[in-house]
Design a protein around this ligand. Sequence first.
Ligand SMILES: *Cc1c(COP(=O)(O)O)cnc(C)c1O
Length: 396
Amino acid sequence: MERPAILGGTPVRDTFLVFGSPAIEESDIREVVACLRSGWLGTGPRVAQFERDFSRYKGATHAVAVSSCTAALHLSMVAVGLQPGDEVITTALTFCATCNAIAHAGATPVLVDVDPVTMNIDPVQIERSITSRTRAIVPVHFAGRACEMGLITELSSRHELRIIEDCAHAIETEHHGRKAGTFGDFGCFSFYVTKNVTAGEGGMVLTRSEEDAARLKVLALHGMSKDAWTRFGDEGYKHYRVVDGGFKYNMIDLVAAIGCEQLLRVEQNWLRREQIWQRYLEAFRDLPVVLPAAVEPGTRHAYHLFTILIDEARTGVSRDTFLEALAAENVGAGVHYPSLAEHPYYQDQYGWRPEDYREATQIGRQTVSLPLSVKLSDSDVDDVVCAVSRVLHGYE
Ligand SMILES: *Cc1c(COP(=O)(O)O)cnc(C)c1O
């Protein structure tokens, strides 16, 4: 095999393959233009449509569209009524937004390590971390793999804890016939650029209770009693009253226009990512890396991230050198995530230490996410396969 580009060979590709680039279709563009021409850009009919479409897709009773998953998480924490001193348990292997949302609601995040195989929060360790101050659990369906929701809901009812699911990776995820985001009191979704359904930015909260949904809507728009749609609609001027301590977290129609169109393709996109996933599994079978575990029976994986673990002792190359070598081949990759305990702010704030979350720390130091976007052509996928194999063989 040819020498890796980092060692002086010719790169696998001429152009850089951007990690997580979105697949935008003409119909997305048409809907955005139609929204612009309609003159209604703000929160209005397209947001309402997106909420209806999304709750139908998820089989949920209520959906509230917001500006991001971070906003969705924060609002859910506020709706739970967290008080200073309250503890909220989450996984050490997640994006910082999960943890920040807990902190912004005034509560204290408590980290739990992950299962090394599933990379999801370990229910046994959740139970050990429950104290008299624990109020909620925030499971993250990592990479799109369903958490052990049977055990987690059982823990939550036994200890009277609320569940807020971080479903940023888990739009298509299911666990024994039930869809991710419908187990907990709140399910929070992301439509950020790199996510399975994108609107550029955006989020959604699913909830079972009409009361919670109404409160979320008010909280998402300054705590005002009526949203701008009814206030500036064709029914004439309506007075509003500020009835809650709200935020500016509403989604706008310009964003929902993209979201509605993207959601129409969610299943066909899932099938395509499954195809790429299987191709990677097959192609990397004999490489000295750890591949994603098999999908647990009775669950549906959302195939959001295809992660491989690079253990320098086995590969002869460090994770970071591997990332550089892949970039030299013109293939972009991601890192999801360094353990939260690796970040200086959290270390200062909460005294977290990487060595206390051994599995998350090891995964965070070894993991690489390979491109899995439906934007990839078959030949792009071939390039990724070729680049990964060439880099690893280059260091044999
Ligand atoms: C992307 C992501 C978020 C934040 O989503 P935004 O819509 O960008 O706010 C939260 N949690 C996880 C696990 C994520 O991957």
